[in-house]
Each structure stands twice: as C-alpha cells, then as structure tokens.
Design a protein around this ligand. Structure first.
Ligand code: ADP
Ligand code: SF4
Ligand code: MG
Length: 325
C-alpha cells in the first residue's frame, strides 16, 4: 500500500546575487516518487543534490513550487487544515544533528511529553514514555536530564523516541547517523531497523553513505542536481547501476554488491552547475558518453521496474558490465 507519493514535484529557490541580480536554483526538479507501507526507501546523491529538500516537500514542511504530495491518498495540496495537521503528525522527521532539534533548556521528560500530547494516546503518559524509552534502548533516569548530559548517540535515541511518540506511519531520516561516532552509527542503524519492523513504519532514509543505504534500504533512488536519475531495488541499483552517475558514485567506494570492477571510462568534465544553466541531461558536463542528444534533450526515467534517466542506458550497461564495444 502506498503511504507517501510525490508527483511532478519541483522546488525552485530565488537566490539574490546582487541587489539587482538574482538567479533561480532548482533544488528538486519534476520528481515522481512513491514510498510504500513498511518500506525503507534510501535516497543517495552528492551534497546539494536535493535530498533534504525532497524530504521536506514530502513531509509538507515546505510547499512545492509545483506538483503534489499525497499522504495515504490524501492530496495535501487540496486538503483542509485539520487533515494536513493530522497527516503531518503521522509523518515525522529525525535530523542529522540532535543538538539542533532538542531544546537545550528542556528536560528530556518535557520534550517527550510534548510529543505525546500531539498523539491520540489516551493511556498513562508516564508509562508510555517509559515504554518508548525502552524501545530506543534508554533507561528512565534520562527523563530528568537535559540534552547536554547525554552523549550524541543517546540524544539521537531521544530524537527517535520523540518521533515514535507521535505515532507516525512515515519517518524521514535525514542523515540520522552522520554526526555520530562510527561505533555508535551501527547501534543507531540497528535500532532504526528494529523499530521499522516492530512498528510497521515507512522510512525515507537519506544518506550520502552508500554502504549504509545499501545495507538498510529495500528500494533506492539516486539524485543528481535535483533529478532522480535512477530508481530500483537496493540489489538492482547497487549490484548493476545503470546511470553513469550511479556507476561513478558506486564504483568509488568498496561495495558489498559489486563483485567486479566496472569498466568505466575516465572523464575530467566540468563539475556541476548550481544554477539552472545545464540544458539536456544534467549530468552531461561530467559524462564520458555525452553527445549532442544528451546536450539538447533531457532523458526521462524509463518506466520499467529498475528505472534510469539516460538516453544510452542499454549501450552503457553492455560496455560497463560486459566490456562490449
Ligand atoms: N531554503 C533554501 N534557500 C535557497 N537554497 C536552498 C534552500 N534549501 C536548499 N537550497 C539549495 O538547494 C540545493 C539542494 O539542497 P539540499 O536539498 O539541502 O541538498 P542535499 O540534502 O542533497 O545536500 C542546494 O544547492 C542548496 O543550497
Ligand atoms: S543521457 Fe547522455 S549525458 Fe546523460 S547520463 Fe546518459 S549518456 Fe550521459
Ligand atoms: Mg541534506
């Protein structure tokens, strides 16, 4: 069953360069994405590719410049205020840095009780808070502490507990382990995986770490300059990346999926353009296969199961995986 759906989603920002000049930056461009019930959807891509913006659009924390977002079939662009409030409760977020999301002057108890007040829970609040603390692996004595008394990992567990107390169905996890020590990252990852199964949650798991995304995700989307350039199951995208950008990204780190070195040509093309100046395929200034068609016409995500936005995906797949001409 579909939980969250974004259709033709775009987000443009107007960036002031001087007092008289401004430029349009497209953070998210014409993206279609569906996240199903009980699914972990991983989103990868370089910094600035639009992952967090897409997350905020799906959570309705920011309105899209165009396109629609639906939560369990309810079109949020047309929904009433009360319906939006209820949908937003069921969609929670955990950010990279718990310090920026936890109020330093508030005891943990107050933070968690406030989250519970937004839910429809009618039982005993203290019992419920303790239950959820146990779920996230913390003892009740943290309730009387302030955030600065806790380690990074413990604070992130509190951020997860707060999200869970709102009784969500969908959580955006935006780089949830990136600010943590490596030793703690695995613990938080295991916790998130355990909670997803136990509470039947759907996640949008945003990370620039390919190994984490490949480990935790059922399906994966690859973003480049605001575009979704490839989408498929974790095995498809990491085991046989079809888009030249995904190939570059995945072959640059040791992968648990790739069993042999890919036959990828070197290319020293221009780095990305921040503003909307790239015509055709956004990746063409960096792509070793780019030709006139790529420079003039934007490829669309093809519509089979493992989707890729590239004019030459079939030919490139042969070259890269089979060493063909
Ligand atoms: N509120 C904003 N105002 C202007 N530009 C923004 C804003 N939010 C994001 N951007 C720009 O949009 C692009 C995508 O950003 P973001 O979604 O944060 O990427 P990612 O999460 O993949 O690093 C970046 O170029 C960023 O600078
Ligand atoms: S469409 Fe052309 S430029 Fe874009 S990724 Fe494919 S081959 Fe490269
Ligand atoms: Mg981000």
């Amino acid at each position: 069953m579909e939980i969250v759906k974004g259709e033709k989603l775009s987000k443009h920002y107007n960036i002031k360069l001087t007092t008289t000049k401004s430029n349009t930056l497209t953070a998210v461009s014409n993206i279609n994405i569906t996240i199903n019930g009980n699914e972990i959807f991983g989103l990868v891509g370089e910094s600035g590719s639009g992952k967090s913006t897409l997350g905020r659009l799906l959570l309705w924390l920011e309105k899209p410049s165009s396109g629609t977002v639906s939560f369990k079939g309810l079109d949020l662009t047309k929904a009433k205020k009360g319906e939006i409030k209820e949908a937003r409760r069921k969609m929670q977020v955990v950010f990279q840095n718990p310090d920026s999301s936890l109020d330093p002057r508030m005891k943990i108890k107050k933070t968690l009780l406030e989250a519970l007040e937004c839910s429809h829970y009618t039982g005993d609040y203290t019992t419920r808070v303790k239950e959820v603390l146990e779920d996230v692996g913390l003892r009740p004595d943290v309730l009387d502490m302030y955030p600065h008394h806790l380690s990074g990992g413990m604070k992130q567990r509190i951020a997860v507990a707060r999200a869970i107390l709102a009784e969500p169905e969908f959580i955006v996890l935006d780089e949830p382990t990136s600010a943590l020590d490596v030793s703690v990252q695995a613990q938080i990852l295991n916790l998130l995986e355990k909670l997803q199964g136990k509470l039947n949650l759907s996640y949008l798991f945003i990370s620039h770490s390919l190994s984490i995304v490949s480990y935790i995700s059922h399906r994966v989307g690859v973003m480049y300059l605001g575009k979704l350039v490839e989408l498929g199951t974790s095995e498809e995208v990491f085991g046989r990346p079809l888009h030249p950008y995904s190939q570059l990204l995945i072959s640059s780190v040791p992968s648990i999926y790739l069993t042999k070195r890919l036959n990828i040509p070197r290319h020293n093309g221009n780095h990305e353009h921040v503003y909307d100046v790239v015509k055709g395929c956004k990746f063409h200034p960096r792509c070793p296969y780019a030709d006139e068609l790529c420079r003039s016409e934007e490829p669309k995500l093809s519509s089979n199961c493992h989707m890729v936005a590239c004019h030459y995906a079939i030919e490139i797949e042969k070259k890269v995986f089979e060493g063909g001409a």
